[in-house]
Ligand binder design. Structure first.
Ligand SMILES: [Zn+2]
Length: 83
């Protein structure tokens, strides 16, 4: 999902933390991706409020999808462990 930076027009990606992944595993990384700031290669972290409403709506949708995925993964883990 390519998002243009509101400041320089460059490519923005979700901030990725390898530390969060090590600490909390895949679910932790997913939550970090869902709530973490967006990162521009040139400008650094960009608050979501600087993006156009349309982009914020798309981000909210993918955030929801990430949370649903993380919760589903947790449920699967519990089911497997309960057996
Ligand atoms: Zn930028």
């Amino acid at each position: 999902m390519a998002i243009a930076c509101p400041r320089c027009g460059g490519t923005v990606s979700r901030a990725y933390s390898s530390k969060a992944q090590v600490a909390a595993g895949l679910v932790g990384a997913m939550f970090y991706a869902a709530f973490g700031a967006l990162q521009c290669k040139t400008c650094g972290k960009i608050p979501r409020s600087e993006f156009p409403t349309e982009v914020q709506t798309r981000l909210a949708l993918t955030t929801t999808a990430l949370i649903v995925g993380a919760v589903a993964l947790l449920v699967v883990c519990f089911v497997v462990l309960a057996k």
